[in-house]
Ligand binder design. Sequence first.
Ligand SMILES: Cc1cc2nc3c(=O)[nH]c(=O)nc-3n(C[C@H](O)[C@H](O)[C@H](O)COP(=O)(O)O)c2cc1C
Length: 198
Amino acid sequence: MTTGTPRGGTDRSFLFVLGSSRADGNAEMLARAAAEQLPADVPRRWVDLARLPLPDFQDVRHETGSRHVDENEELLRQATLEATDIVIASPLYWYALSAHAKRYLDYWSGWLTVPGSDFKERMAGRTLWGVTAMAEREEVVADGLVTSLNHTAAYMRMRFGGVLLGNGSRPGQVQDDDRAMVRAKTFFRQEAPIARFR
Ligand SMILES: Cc1cc2nc3c(=O)[nH]c(=O)nc-3n(C[C@H](O)[C@H](O)[C@H](O)COP(=O)(O)O)c2cc1C
């Protein structure tokens, strides 16, 4: 980890994708603490998947003909393509991403085959980050979520900045996790190497 100058400048733009099933949750709080440390000139956008519901993903990748594209889906696809850095802020649900966050990533599979979109080529070299909050204190229980995001980045030939972990159950409790709040201050300064399957 480096704690030097954050990679910043106007060439970066962050998309924060909130995956909690409740408003003002711990994962969002931790993500906002980390975002506060970004250079002021770095554009950032927040999308709350609970407020932009996506229908259950339907796998029509290998079917012919056009498919209906939901308004929220198109907004999320455009927002994803416009960002250099995608931050998935999801609570730990059953040792994995929340259903909201997982469904958003399932849509990436659909976007891979949208004619003319070159989704995979355009996402290559961008950076995927994770932020999660969980009730348990043993951080090892989040390994599944971390591996899932790392492998997603590797498949997409993206960089992976790692996952910022915080402890908390009730909304706001993550602020009592001193270690998480300290880590939030330098999280986005971390090196984000090209992801590899590991
Ligand atoms: C459906 C569900 C599943 C959960 N699964 C886990 C879990 O596997 N491990 C854990 O430590 N906490 C688990 N929790 C607790 C949440 O991760 C914790 O309350 C977290 O702070 C919620 O984040 P949020 O406030 O951003 O929604 C679960 C909570 C819910 C509602």
